[in-house]
Ligand binder design. Structure first.
Ligand SMILES: Cc1cc2nc3c(=O)[nH]c(=O)nc-3n(C[C@H](O)[C@H](O)[C@H](O)COP(=O)(O)OP(=O)(O)OC[C@H]3O[C@@H](n4cnc5c(N)ncnc54)[C@H](O)[C@@H]3O)c2cc1C
Length: 467
């Protein structure tokens, strides 16, 4: 099972101090690693991943970016949003330009923080301080200004200005649009009640934990990875049932068998779930009392968490004339069709794909920042993968697990269900294209490498399943 935490450090403050210390080391002296669970790149001296908290066994060596481009200017770079994409863009700009002004704007109250930790530590997270990506001093040292609690309401591409809710207008030379996404809340009757929460930011977590601590029962609507993470954390506070409209859990990432295996493990962990759950209403007059299904069944609940996917924050872009498809259309440099405006992260779409995962938000942000600063950097998307830790098990799913009806796949399967272990590998034209690990996920490094190079069926049989 993946251990999540800050092993080797007494507390979060000590761990953050270590993080800052290694960050200040001169370039070239640092040895970097990449976490294959979330894709974060950081110094090899850290024992745990600063984003998702897993240990060294999930790190692979990573060559430090060799940045040769440098151009100091008096330009103003305005970054809309301070999530993974926004902060990565700010870093990339400052790495290339010492003198420009960088302004980051966010409607949240906190400096950039590790969003994936919200559901992973829902039952224990106390303050933003524990999950900040940089301490406030870092922004001072790098001359990066943050406008927090500030909502952007308009983007005027002809006059190169943005407007804030309080009426302020700010001019930019280059603008990075990194407004991320919001949770999608399906139009279910009763979903506007105060005890119904969709988790996207720290405030949502605080609310969910406060309600969960006094709740007797909670329902999580949505059996995807974030729903399951939230359910597991909430189960430490009250009784939880997960309701999933599809016929299996994690339907986008798993195949039928893996969905069943996961279901059995979840039952063993003591969390109830129901698939094929067609929800008609969240019941209750003043307060939530339960969730009603089309077949008449009602699940009692004092708290309902909605985890039904996301919708990119694209409206300001659309209104300003920027091309929006599923999300904001960008090219390999993260340029939109509006001059001087780059988009990245959960609100952006590259070649029809809107990955909406941390590692890609970081990569897109770095690419946008580098190109906005005048460098030439191309975005290279990676094989999408996710991992889950909770329900007394762990899971990794990467690539295409038989989801394309037009392709013929060969598969390899290995299961030891008594020990809760299951492995499945998908091949197309004798190349590894997808993999699922449940239980013991320590092979994740090997499997990720195998997916990246498209290794053969025989190689997986001889070197991965039976090393
Ligand atoms: C609970 C949770 C758990 C997750 N776990 C994982 C995981 O385990 N692994 C993984 O790969 N991914 C995970 N993700 C997804 C990952 O966190 C996102 O892909 C990533 O954070 C996207 O970064 P971003 O910068 O594009 O957007 P965001 O992080 O959403 O940042 C956008 C920022 O813009 C601000 N904003 C929006 N509109 C405005 C406006 N009009 N004015 C001013 N500010 C505005 C928002 O408040 C926000 O601060 C998780 C997401 C959530 C919500």
């Amino acid at each position: 099972m993946i251990e999540i935490g800050i092993s080797g450090y007494d507390n979060h403050v000590q761990y953050k101090e270590k993080q800052e210390e290694v960050r200040k080391m001169p370039k070239g002296k640092r040895k970097l690693v990449k976490c294959i669970v979330c894709g974060e790149i950081f110094d090899s001296e850290l024992d745990t991943c600063p984003v998702c908290g897993v240990g060294r066994e999930y790190f692979i060596p990573y060559d430090e970016e060799d940045i040769r481009f440098s151009k100091d200017t008096e330009e103003t770079f305005v970054i809309l949003g301070n999530g993974a994409a926004g902060i990565s863009a700010a870093e990339a700009i400052r790495e290339r330009n010492d003198t420009c002004s960088i302004l980051m704007i966010s409607r949240e109250a906190e400096y950039s923080y590790n969003r994936p930790m919200l559901t992973k530590s829902l039952s224990s997270l106390i303050s933003a301080q524990e999950i900040l990506m940089h301490q406030p001093e870092w922004y001072e040292e790098n001359h990066i200004t943050n406008l927090l609690n500030s909502e952007v309401t308009k983007l005027d591409t002809s006059n190169k200005t943005i407007e804030l809710k309080d009426g302020r207008r700010i001019a930019y030379d280059k603008c990075i649009y990194a407004l991320g996404a919001e949770c999608f809340v399906p139009p279910i009757k009763g979903s506007d009640k105060p005890e119904v929460i969709a988790i996207r930011n720290l405030e949502d977590v605080k609310k969910a934990r406060a309600l969960g601590s006094s709740a007797r029962k909670a329902v999580v609507i949505g059996g995807g990875v974030l729903g399951l993470e939230a359910a597991w954390e909430l189960s430490k506070l009250c009784e939880v049932t997960v309701l999933e409209v599809a016929d299996k859990l994690m339907v986008r990432q798993l195949d039928d068998k893996a969905g069943e295996v996961l279901g059995e493990l979840i039952k063993k962990a003591g969390v109830k779930f129901r698939v094929n759950a067609s929800i008609t209403e969240i019941t209750g007059e003043e307060k939530v009392t339960g969730v009603a299904l089309r077949d008449g069944e009602v699940y009692e609940a004092d708290l309902v968490i909605i985890s039904c996917g996301i919708r990119g924050n694209v409206e300001l872009a659309r209104e300003s004339g920027i091309t929006v498809q599923k999300a904001i259309a960008v090219n390999e440099k993260m340029e939109t069709n509006a001059e001087g405006i780059y988009a990245c992260g959960d609100c952006a779409e590259y070649r029809g794909a809107n990955y909406a995962v941390w590692s890609q938000a970081v990569q897109m942000g770095k690419t946008a920042g580098a190109n906005a600063a005048g460098d030439t950097v191309e975005y290279e998307p990676e094989t999408p993968a996710l991992s889950f830790e909770g329900m007394k098990t762990a899971l990794f799913a990467g690539g295409d697990n038989g989801k394309n009806p037009e392709l013929e796949y060969q598969t390899l399967e290995y299961s030891n269900l008594e020990d809760g272990n299951y492995e499945k590998y998908y091949f197309h034209n004798n190349k590894l294209v997808g993999a699922i690990l449940i239980g013991d996920t320590r092979k994740m490094v090997k499997v990720t490498e195998g997916l990246n190079v498209g290794c053969s069926l025989n190689y997986v049989r001889n070197n991965v399943i039976h090393p």
